[in-house]
Design a protein around this ligand. Structure first.
Ligand SMILES: [Zn+2]
Length: 429
Protein backbone atom coordinates (compact mmCIF):
# COMPACT_ATOMS: atom_id res chain seq x y z
CA UNK A 1 0.00 0.00 0.00
CA UNK A 2 1.42 3.35 -1.01
CA UNK A 3 0.98 5.51 2.07
CA UNK A 4 -0.43 5.58 5.53
CA UNK A 5 -3.30 7.94 4.84
CA UNK A 6 -5.72 7.48 2.02
CA UNK A 7 -4.48 9.47 -0.93
CA UNK A 8 -6.76 12.14 -2.31
CA UNK A 9 -8.58 10.83 -5.33
CA UNK A 10 -7.07 12.12 -8.50
CA UNK A 11 -6.76 9.98 -11.58
CA UNK A 12 -8.67 7.23 -9.80
CA UNK A 13 -11.72 9.42 -9.25
CA UNK A 14 -14.47 8.14 -11.40
CA UNK A 15 -17.13 10.16 -13.08
CA UNK A 16 -20.12 9.89 -10.79
CA UNK A 17 -23.61 9.53 -12.11
CA UNK A 18 -26.19 12.12 -11.30
CA UNK A 19 -28.42 9.89 -9.26
CA UNK A 20 -30.68 12.75 -8.31
CA UNK A 21 -31.16 14.17 -11.73
CA UNK A 22 -34.74 14.09 -12.79
CA UNK A 23 -34.35 15.31 -16.37
CA UNK A 24 -32.99 12.38 -18.43
CA UNK A 25 -29.86 13.13 -20.43
CA UNK A 26 -30.07 11.91 -23.97
CA UNK A 27 -26.55 10.49 -24.01
CA UNK A 28 -26.94 8.40 -20.86
CA UNK A 29 -28.64 5.04 -21.45
CA UNK A 30 -29.40 4.84 -17.70
CA UNK A 31 -31.05 8.26 -17.51
CA UNK A 32 -34.69 7.14 -17.44
CA UNK A 33 -33.93 4.43 -14.88
CA UNK A 34 -32.12 6.97 -12.69
CA UNK A 35 -35.09 9.24 -13.06
CA UNK A 36 -37.51 6.58 -11.72
CA UNK A 37 -35.06 5.88 -8.88
CA UNK A 38 -34.74 9.55 -8.00
CA UNK A 39 -38.51 10.07 -7.96
CA UNK A 40 -39.07 6.93 -5.90
CA UNK A 41 -36.40 7.92 -3.37
CA UNK A 42 -37.73 11.44 -3.10
CA UNK A 43 -41.23 10.13 -2.46
CA UNK A 44 -39.89 7.75 0.19
CA UNK A 45 -37.42 9.99 1.98
CA UNK A 46 -38.87 13.44 1.37
CA UNK A 47 -35.63 14.67 -0.14
CA UNK A 48 -33.98 14.28 -3.53
CA UNK A 49 -31.31 11.62 -4.00
CA UNK A 50 -27.81 13.06 -3.85
CA UNK A 51 -25.67 13.86 -6.84
CA UNK A 52 -22.44 13.00 -5.04
CA UNK A 53 -21.79 16.67 -4.30
CA UNK A 54 -21.30 18.32 -0.94
CA UNK A 55 -25.03 18.70 -0.34
CA UNK A 56 -25.59 14.94 -0.62
CA UNK A 57 -26.61 12.99 2.46
CA UNK A 58 -23.69 10.66 2.94
CA UNK A 59 -24.42 7.06 3.86
CA UNK A 60 -21.38 5.57 5.52
CA UNK A 61 -20.03 2.03 5.46
CA UNK A 62 -18.73 0.00 8.39
CA UNK A 63 -16.95 -3.11 7.16
CA UNK A 64 -17.03 -6.09 9.48
CA UNK A 65 -15.02 -8.62 7.45
CA UNK A 66 -12.64 -8.94 10.40
CA UNK A 67 -15.46 -9.57 12.91
CA UNK A 68 -18.67 -10.82 11.22
CA UNK A 69 -16.62 -12.21 8.32
CA UNK A 70 -14.55 -14.38 10.63
CA UNK A 71 -17.80 -15.86 11.94
CA UNK A 72 -18.37 -17.43 8.51
CA UNK A 73 -17.99 -21.20 8.77
CA UNK A 74 -14.44 -22.22 7.92
CA UNK A 75 -12.99 -18.69 7.89
CA UNK A 76 -10.07 -17.75 10.08
CA UNK A 77 -7.49 -15.13 9.18
CA UNK A 78 -3.91 -14.85 10.37
CA UNK A 79 -2.88 -11.58 11.98
CA UNK A 80 -0.87 -10.65 8.90
CA UNK A 81 -3.98 -11.20 6.78
CA UNK A 82 -6.13 -9.16 9.19
CA UNK A 83 -3.74 -6.23 8.94
CA UNK A 84 -3.63 -6.47 5.14
CA UNK A 85 -7.44 -6.57 4.96
CA UNK A 86 -7.68 -3.50 7.22
CA UNK A 87 -5.21 -1.58 5.06
CA UNK A 88 -7.07 -2.44 1.87
CA UNK A 89 -10.48 -1.56 3.34
CA UNK A 90 -9.10 1.75 4.53
CA UNK A 91 -7.57 2.50 1.15
CA UNK A 92 -10.87 1.56 -0.49
CA UNK A 93 -12.59 4.18 1.63
CA UNK A 94 -14.83 2.59 4.26
CA UNK A 95 -15.62 4.78 7.26
CA UNK A 96 -15.28 2.22 10.04
CA UNK A 97 -13.59 -1.19 10.34
CA UNK A 98 -14.88 -3.57 12.99
CA UNK A 99 -12.80 -6.20 14.73
CA UNK A 100 -13.36 -8.19 17.90
CA UNK A 101 -10.37 -8.33 20.28
CA UNK A 102 -12.24 -10.43 22.84
CA UNK A 103 -12.22 -13.59 20.69
CA UNK A 104 -8.63 -14.62 21.38
CA UNK A 105 -5.17 -13.29 22.27
CA UNK A 106 -4.42 -13.35 18.58
CA UNK A 107 -7.39 -11.09 17.82
CA UNK A 108 -6.34 -8.76 20.61
CA UNK A 109 -2.87 -8.44 19.08
CA UNK A 110 -4.37 -7.82 15.64
CA UNK A 111 -6.69 -5.15 17.04
CA UNK A 112 -3.82 -3.38 18.80
CA UNK A 113 -1.63 -3.48 15.72
CA UNK A 114 -4.38 -2.25 13.39
CA UNK A 115 -5.22 0.62 15.76
CA UNK A 116 -1.54 1.60 15.77
CA UNK A 117 -1.51 1.89 11.98
CA UNK A 118 -3.28 5.25 12.21
CA UNK A 119 -5.65 4.44 9.37
CA UNK A 120 -8.21 6.98 8.28
CA UNK A 121 -11.16 4.69 9.11
CA UNK A 122 -12.24 4.37 12.74
CA UNK A 123 -11.30 0.98 14.16
CA UNK A 124 -14.29 -0.27 16.13
CA UNK A 125 -13.45 -2.75 18.86
CA UNK A 126 -16.41 -5.11 19.24
CA UNK A 127 -17.52 -7.07 22.30
CA UNK A 128 -20.38 -7.99 24.59
CA UNK A 129 -22.24 -5.48 26.75
CA UNK A 130 -20.12 -6.11 29.83
CA UNK A 131 -17.40 -4.05 31.50
CA UNK A 132 -14.75 -6.75 30.96
CA UNK A 133 -15.09 -6.46 27.19
CA UNK A 134 -14.90 -2.66 27.33
CA UNK A 135 -11.73 -3.13 29.38
CA UNK A 136 -10.27 -5.24 26.58
CA UNK A 137 -11.02 -2.43 24.11
CA UNK A 138 -9.39 0.08 26.46
CA UNK A 139 -6.37 -2.23 26.68
CA UNK A 140 -6.11 -2.11 22.88
CA UNK A 141 -6.07 1.69 22.98
CA UNK A 142 -9.33 1.80 21.01
CA UNK A 143 -11.10 5.10 20.41
CA UNK A 144 -14.30 3.41 19.27
CA UNK A 145 -15.95 0.35 20.74
CA UNK A 146 -19.16 -1.53 20.04
CA UNK A 147 -21.23 -3.55 22.49
CA UNK A 148 -24.08 -5.92 21.68
CA UNK A 149 -26.91 -7.30 23.77
CA UNK A 150 -29.85 -9.45 22.67
CA UNK A 151 -33.06 -7.63 23.52
CA UNK A 152 -35.82 -9.79 22.00
CA UNK A 153 -37.75 -11.98 24.42
CA UNK A 154 -36.27 -15.15 22.92
CA UNK A 155 -32.73 -13.84 23.41
CA UNK A 156 -33.46 -12.57 26.92
CA UNK A 157 -35.19 -15.75 28.00
CA UNK A 158 -33.30 -18.50 26.18
CA UNK A 159 -29.85 -17.06 25.54
CA UNK A 160 -29.08 -14.53 28.27
CA UNK A 161 -31.61 -15.68 30.89
CA UNK A 162 -32.11 -12.18 32.19
CA UNK A 163 -35.13 -9.87 32.56
CA UNK A 164 -35.80 -6.79 30.46
CA UNK A 165 -34.91 -4.65 33.46
CA UNK A 166 -31.56 -6.39 33.82
CA UNK A 167 -30.90 -5.99 30.08
CA UNK A 168 -31.62 -2.25 30.26
CA UNK A 169 -29.40 -1.92 33.32
CA UNK A 170 -26.52 -3.74 31.58
CA UNK A 171 -26.90 -1.64 28.44
CA UNK A 172 -26.83 1.65 30.33
CA UNK A 173 -23.96 0.53 32.55
CA UNK A 174 -21.89 -0.54 29.53
CA UNK A 175 -22.46 2.77 27.74
CA UNK A 176 -21.69 4.82 30.85
CA UNK A 177 -18.56 2.76 31.54
CA UNK A 178 -17.24 3.24 27.98
CA UNK A 179 -18.00 6.98 28.05
CA UNK A 180 -16.35 7.36 31.45
CA UNK A 181 -13.18 5.94 29.89
CA UNK A 182 -13.29 8.33 26.98
CA UNK A 183 -14.44 5.86 24.32
CA UNK A 184 -16.99 6.48 21.63
CA UNK A 185 -19.49 3.65 21.72
CA UNK A 186 -21.97 2.06 19.34
CA UNK A 187 -24.61 -0.10 20.95
CA UNK A 188 -26.19 -2.98 19.03
CA UNK A 189 -29.69 -3.92 20.15
CA UNK A 190 -29.25 -7.49 18.93
CA UNK A 191 -32.33 -9.16 17.42
CA UNK A 192 -33.98 -5.72 17.56
CA UNK A 193 -36.33 -6.50 14.66
CA UNK A 194 -37.97 -9.23 16.81
CA UNK A 195 -37.98 -7.27 20.08
CA UNK A 196 -41.08 -5.73 21.67
CA UNK A 197 -41.15 -2.23 20.11
CA UNK A 198 -41.99 -0.55 23.41
CA UNK A 199 -39.01 -2.16 25.13
CA UNK A 200 -36.78 -1.42 22.12
CA UNK A 201 -37.62 2.29 22.20
CA UNK A 202 -37.38 2.48 25.98
CA UNK A 203 -33.92 0.86 25.95
CA UNK A 204 -32.75 3.11 23.08
CA UNK A 205 -33.94 6.16 25.05
CA UNK A 206 -32.04 5.04 28.14
CA UNK A 207 -28.76 4.52 26.29
CA UNK A 208 -29.28 7.78 24.43
CA UNK A 209 -29.48 9.50 27.82
CA UNK A 210 -26.27 7.70 28.78
CA UNK A 211 -24.70 9.44 25.72
CA UNK A 212 -24.28 6.49 23.37
CA UNK A 213 -22.70 7.68 20.10
CA UNK A 214 -24.47 5.37 17.66
CA UNK A 215 -27.15 2.67 17.86
CA UNK A 216 -27.08 -0.30 15.50
CA UNK A 217 -30.45 -1.69 14.44
CA UNK A 218 -30.05 -5.31 13.43
CA UNK A 219 -32.19 -7.81 11.62
CA UNK A 220 -30.27 -10.63 13.25
CA UNK A 221 -32.12 -13.55 11.68
CA UNK A 222 -32.84 -11.93 8.30
CA UNK A 223 -36.61 -12.07 8.69
CA UNK A 224 -37.52 -8.58 7.46
CA UNK A 225 -39.18 -7.47 4.25
CA UNK A 226 -37.68 -4.21 2.91
CA UNK A 227 -41.00 -2.43 3.61
CA UNK A 228 -41.00 -3.79 7.16
CA UNK A 229 -37.38 -2.77 7.62
CA UNK A 230 -38.39 0.76 6.68
CA UNK A 231 -41.11 0.73 9.36
CA UNK A 232 -38.79 -0.78 11.98
CA UNK A 233 -36.19 1.96 11.47
CA UNK A 234 -38.84 4.72 11.25
CA UNK A 235 -40.27 3.57 14.55
CA UNK A 236 -36.87 4.12 16.24
CA UNK A 237 -35.85 7.17 14.19
CA UNK A 238 -38.99 9.06 15.22
CA UNK A 239 -38.10 8.67 18.92
CA UNK A 240 -34.29 8.68 18.99
CA UNK A 241 -31.89 11.24 17.60
CA UNK A 242 -28.47 9.52 17.80
CA UNK A 243 -27.03 8.33 14.47
CA UNK A 244 -28.14 4.84 13.45
CA UNK A 245 -26.34 1.86 11.90
CA UNK A 246 -28.04 -1.05 10.18
CA UNK A 247 -26.82 -4.64 10.49
CA UNK A 248 -28.91 -7.08 8.47
CA UNK A 249 -28.55 -10.77 7.74
CA UNK A 250 -29.17 -12.36 4.39
CA UNK A 251 -31.21 -15.44 5.32
CA UNK A 252 -33.88 -14.64 2.72
CA UNK A 253 -31.51 -12.98 0.26
CA UNK A 254 -32.85 -9.52 1.15
CA UNK A 255 -29.91 -8.08 3.09
CA UNK A 256 -28.87 -5.43 0.55
CA UNK A 257 -32.49 -4.40 -0.06
CA UNK A 258 -33.14 -4.20 3.67
CA UNK A 259 -29.98 -2.16 4.30
CA UNK A 260 -30.97 0.35 1.64
CA UNK A 261 -34.53 0.46 2.93
CA UNK A 262 -33.16 1.23 6.39
CA UNK A 263 -31.19 4.13 4.90
CA UNK A 264 -34.36 5.48 3.29
CA UNK A 265 -35.88 5.52 6.79
CA UNK A 266 -32.99 7.43 8.38
CA UNK A 267 -30.01 5.12 8.98
CA UNK A 268 -26.70 6.59 7.86
CA UNK A 269 -24.29 3.65 8.18
CA UNK A 270 -24.50 0.18 6.63
CA UNK A 271 -22.57 -2.84 7.90
CA UNK A 272 -20.93 -4.93 5.18
CA UNK A 273 -18.31 -7.61 4.68
CA UNK A 274 -16.22 -8.37 1.63
CA UNK A 275 -18.23 -10.86 -0.47
CA UNK A 276 -20.94 -10.74 2.24
CA UNK A 277 -19.35 -13.46 4.37
CA UNK A 278 -20.63 -13.87 7.92
CA UNK A 279 -22.73 -16.07 10.19
CA UNK A 280 -24.91 -18.45 8.15
CA UNK A 281 -25.76 -16.59 4.92
CA UNK A 282 -23.85 -13.45 5.89
CA UNK A 283 -24.62 -9.75 5.57
CA UNK A 284 -24.62 -7.24 2.67
CA UNK A 285 -21.52 -7.52 0.49
CA UNK A 286 -19.33 -4.42 0.36
CA UNK A 287 -19.30 -4.43 -3.45
CA UNK A 288 -23.07 -4.27 -3.94
CA UNK A 289 -23.50 -1.69 -1.20
CA UNK A 290 -20.69 0.56 -2.44
CA UNK A 291 -21.99 0.43 -6.01
CA UNK A 292 -25.57 1.12 -4.91
CA UNK A 293 -24.50 4.06 -2.74
CA UNK A 294 -22.48 5.50 -5.60
CA UNK A 295 -24.75 4.90 -8.56
CA UNK A 296 -28.23 4.79 -7.03
CA UNK A 297 -27.88 7.16 -4.07
CA UNK A 298 -25.12 9.55 -5.17
CA UNK A 299 -24.18 9.46 -1.51
CA UNK A 300 -20.86 11.28 -1.93
CA UNK A 301 -18.57 8.52 -0.65
CA UNK A 302 -14.96 8.53 -1.71
CA UNK A 303 -14.74 4.87 -2.64
CA UNK A 304 -12.10 3.40 -4.89
CA UNK A 305 -14.63 1.21 -6.63
CA UNK A 306 -12.00 -0.16 -8.99
CA UNK A 307 -10.54 -2.07 -6.01
CA UNK A 308 -13.71 -4.13 -5.54
CA UNK A 309 -12.63 -7.18 -7.47
CA UNK A 310 -9.17 -7.12 -5.84
CA UNK A 311 -10.82 -7.05 -2.42
CA UNK A 312 -12.93 -10.05 -3.39
CA UNK A 313 -9.84 -11.90 -4.68
CA UNK A 314 -7.98 -11.13 -1.47
CA UNK A 315 -10.73 -12.82 0.53
CA UNK A 316 -10.83 -15.71 -1.92
CA UNK A 317 -7.07 -16.16 -1.43
CA UNK A 318 -7.33 -16.03 2.34
CA UNK A 319 -10.42 -18.23 2.69
CA UNK A 320 -10.20 -20.55 -0.30
CA UNK A 321 -13.82 -19.63 -1.08
CA UNK A 322 -14.33 -18.11 -4.51
CA UNK A 323 -17.45 -15.99 -4.90
CA UNK A 324 -20.12 -17.70 -7.01
CA UNK A 325 -19.60 -16.80 -10.66
CA UNK A 326 -22.84 -14.85 -11.09
CA UNK A 327 -22.19 -12.75 -7.99
CA UNK A 328 -23.02 -9.11 -8.77
CA UNK A 329 -20.15 -6.71 -9.44
CA UNK A 330 -17.20 -9.02 -8.68
CA UNK A 331 -18.31 -12.42 -10.03
CA UNK A 332 -16.53 -13.88 -13.06
CA UNK A 333 -19.82 -13.85 -15.02
CA UNK A 334 -20.91 -10.37 -13.94
CA UNK A 335 -19.67 -8.95 -17.24
CA UNK A 336 -19.79 -12.05 -19.43
CA UNK A 337 -21.91 -11.84 -22.58
CA UNK A 338 -23.05 -14.92 -24.40
CA UNK A 339 -26.34 -14.82 -26.30
CA UNK A 340 -26.00 -13.81 -29.97
CA UNK A 341 -28.32 -10.81 -29.68
CA UNK A 342 -26.45 -9.62 -26.59
CA UNK A 343 -23.07 -10.06 -28.29
CA UNK A 344 -24.26 -8.14 -31.32
CA UNK A 345 -25.35 -5.22 -29.15
CA UNK A 346 -22.32 -5.32 -26.85
CA UNK A 347 -19.94 -5.17 -29.79
CA UNK A 348 -21.58 -1.91 -30.84
CA UNK A 349 -22.16 -0.41 -27.40
CA UNK A 350 -21.49 -2.32 -24.16
CA UNK A 351 -23.97 -0.08 -22.32
CA UNK A 352 -26.70 -2.05 -24.09
CA UNK A 353 -26.29 -4.83 -21.51
CA UNK A 354 -24.13 -3.35 -18.78
CA UNK A 355 -25.47 -1.05 -16.05
CA UNK A 356 -22.00 0.30 -15.28
CA UNK A 357 -18.68 -0.34 -17.02
CA UNK A 358 -16.67 -3.29 -15.68
CA UNK A 359 -13.51 -1.21 -15.28
CA UNK A 360 -15.30 1.04 -12.80
CA UNK A 361 -15.43 -1.88 -10.35
CA UNK A 362 -12.15 -3.54 -11.34
CA UNK A 363 -13.87 -6.33 -13.28
CA UNK A 364 -13.38 -7.34 -16.93
CA UNK A 365 -15.78 -7.79 -19.78
CA UNK A 366 -15.76 -11.27 -21.25
CA UNK A 367 -17.39 -12.66 -24.33
CA UNK A 368 -18.38 -16.24 -24.88
CA UNK A 369 -18.47 -17.85 -28.32
CA UNK A 370 -20.35 -21.06 -28.85
CA UNK A 371 -23.70 -22.37 -29.96
CA UNK A 372 -25.48 -19.14 -29.06
CA UNK A 373 -23.01 -16.75 -30.73
CA UNK A 374 -25.17 -15.93 -33.76
CA UNK A 375 -23.87 -14.40 -36.97
CA UNK A 376 -22.54 -11.19 -35.37
CA UNK A 377 -20.65 -13.16 -32.76
CA UNK A 378 -19.34 -15.50 -35.41
CA UNK A 379 -18.25 -12.59 -37.62
CA UNK A 380 -16.43 -11.02 -34.69
CA UNK A 381 -14.76 -14.30 -33.84
CA UNK A 382 -13.63 -14.66 -37.45
CA UNK A 383 -12.20 -11.14 -37.44
CA UNK A 384 -10.29 -11.93 -34.26
CA UNK A 385 -8.85 -15.01 -35.97
CA UNK A 386 -7.77 -12.88 -38.91
CA UNK A 387 -10.28 -14.41 -41.28
CA UNK A 388 -11.73 -12.10 -43.89
CA UNK A 389 -15.49 -12.05 -44.03
CA UNK A 390 -17.12 -11.46 -47.36
CA UNK A 391 -19.26 -8.39 -47.95
CA UNK A 392 -22.42 -10.38 -47.30
CA UNK A 393 -22.70 -12.29 -44.08
CA UNK A 394 -22.83 -15.71 -45.71
CA UNK A 395 -19.63 -17.01 -44.12
CA UNK A 396 -20.52 -15.65 -40.70
CA UNK A 397 -23.92 -17.35 -40.93
CA UNK A 398 -22.21 -20.60 -41.90
CA UNK A 399 -19.79 -20.35 -38.96
CA UNK A 400 -22.68 -19.52 -36.59
CA UNK A 401 -24.59 -22.55 -37.87
CA UNK A 402 -21.46 -24.66 -37.48
CA UNK A 403 -20.97 -23.53 -33.88
CA UNK A 404 -24.58 -24.34 -33.14
CA UNK A 405 -24.40 -27.67 -34.93
CA UNK A 406 -21.42 -28.81 -32.91
CA UNK A 407 -23.62 -28.77 -29.82
CA UNK A 408 -20.59 -28.31 -27.58
CA UNK A 409 -21.89 -25.30 -25.67
CA UNK A 410 -19.40 -22.55 -24.89
CA UNK A 411 -16.24 -23.04 -26.93
CA UNK A 412 -14.29 -19.87 -26.26
CA UNK A 413 -14.47 -17.60 -23.24
CA UNK A 414 -12.46 -14.49 -24.03
CA UNK A 415 -11.53 -11.60 -21.76
CA UNK A 416 -11.83 -8.33 -23.62
CA UNK A 417 -8.46 -6.61 -23.28
CA UNK A 418 -7.47 -3.17 -24.58
CA UNK A 419 -6.61 -4.54 -28.00
CA UNK A 420 -9.98 -6.25 -28.34
CA UNK A 421 -11.81 -3.23 -27.06
CA UNK A 422 -10.34 -1.20 -29.89
CA UNK A 423 -11.85 -3.69 -32.28
CA UNK A 424 -15.24 -3.04 -30.80
CA UNK A 425 -17.16 -0.17 -32.17
CA UNK A 426 -19.27 2.36 -30.32
CA UNK A 427 -18.62 3.89 -26.94
CA UNK A 428 -16.54 1.90 -24.54
CA UNK A 429 -15.58 3.88 -21.53
ZN1 LIG B 1 -24.26 -10.24 12.32
Amino acid sequence: MAGRKRAQPAAGKRAQPKAGQSAPREDDPNAHAYSYNARGLEERTGRPAGDGGSSSRKIRVLDSTLREGEQHPGVSFTNKQRIQIAWMLDYFGVDQIEISPVISDDHREATKTIIKQGLQADIVSHGRAIREDIDVSIGCDAKWCAAYLGISDVHLRDKLRITRQEAARRAVDTVEYAKKHGLSIRFTVEDGSRADPEFLISLCRQIEEAKVDRISLPDTVGIMHPAGMYEFVKCVRSEISVPLDVHVHNDMGLAVANALSACDAGVDQIHTTIDGIGERTGIPPLAEVAVALTYLYGSGNDFRLDMLQDLSRLIEDYTGMPPYDSKPVVGSSAYKHKAGTHLAAILRNPAAYEPIPPRAVGNRRRIVFGGLAGKTGAAYLMSLLGLETSGDDKQARAVAAGLKGLGLGDLIDLPVDDRLEKKMTGTNK
